[in-house]
Design a protein around this ligand. Sequence first.
Ligand SMILES: Cc1ncc(COP(=O)(O)O)c(C=O)c1O
Length: 396
Amino acid sequence: MSGVLSKQFEGYAGKSSMVRKMFEAGIKLKQQYGADKVCDFSIGNPDLPPPAEVKTAMLEIAEHALEPFAFGYMPNAGFPWLREMMAAELTKEQGTTVTADDVMFSGGAAGAMNALFRCILDPGDEILVSKPYFVEYGFYVENFGGNLKTVATKPDFNLDLAALEQAIGAKTRAVMVNSPNNPTGQIYPKEDLEKLAAILRKKSAEFGRPIILISDEPYRFLAFDGAVVPSVLPLYEYSVVLGSFAKNLSLPGERIGYLVATHNMPEKEKFMSSVIMASRIIGHVNAPIVGQKLLKHVLGKQVDLAVYAERRNAMAKVLTDAGIEFTMPKGAFYFFPLAPGGDDAAFCDELTKNLVLGVQGSAFGMPGYFRLAFCHSVDVIRRSADGFKKARAAFK
Ligand SMILES: Cc1ncc(COP(=O)(O)O)c(C=O)c1O
């Protein structure tokens, strides 16, 4: 007799995310050795409190909690007044016209991505992404019978445009970029995105079907040293941006995010009504209502970026002192250093022995490196210095 699972899920059995595994290993180590002894840089779960306005907004939501329909069903794309507010905010942020009908609220950026893939993928279609990449992408693409095709980046983690162009074929439905990048912290320059747009126009014409440019931007707000994160919306008519309030407002568990399409995308109405329908029929129905009501008060606010900047410097010092090579991240809250000795799994094991948790680069499609999430206090980062030095010494 065969098992209860689909063939696909039988195959997934050993494949659950290494990030999650490390996160769970961290919880066990903390129970065993004490929370103050373990430096857990495995998961990007922001520890900063949300902006103070979130509390005021929650109190107001509570004040009206017993009114009829306070938590009622709503239009699948979100409250119409919130879509208006968001469009005004995005017009400033993205430097181009965005109107309410270009926007859909979703269950996080992840929910928006699944709805998008639901309505653009036929079985066997491909989504192209540069390595290393956020590991969940592969699962989301496979949810709808698609294949995630990966292409190497340049040594500094910038897009390898020639490699991307070569990888585009008749089955390519979209190229996805993530900037600031998880796990590398790279921010792609505008010139590269313009060149990518030109490649996509050329390839769309060649294959007789528009290829979408997806920009996954949960870390847009977090750019260091005045770095600018260019918007793809003004650069390419078939652009779709996915955003999130998980990191800028420290609300990852509330699952609130959004999708926005280029205002003048050909067939935009059909596209937006399809993505809204997709969100409904994959069971999201609408983005969480509490999160939407919160946004009324906190749209445009964010956590204190100076805290992340200080942590980035602290982590850079710890790694430098340990003799570990890395490229300084321009944005987001991750380092993606070279694994001493070259074997990322072996190095992460050695780190774990020293009660420091990182995630092997293989989990992001790039062996030989490892990822550290620096959404932890400067104290924790400094405390990890000894562990890094000892692990490094083991690979001398
Ligand atoms: C690159 C990237 N994309 C998407 C997501 C998912 O964001 P959300 O929690 O809003 O679904 C994450 C979360 O860590 C991420 O790092």
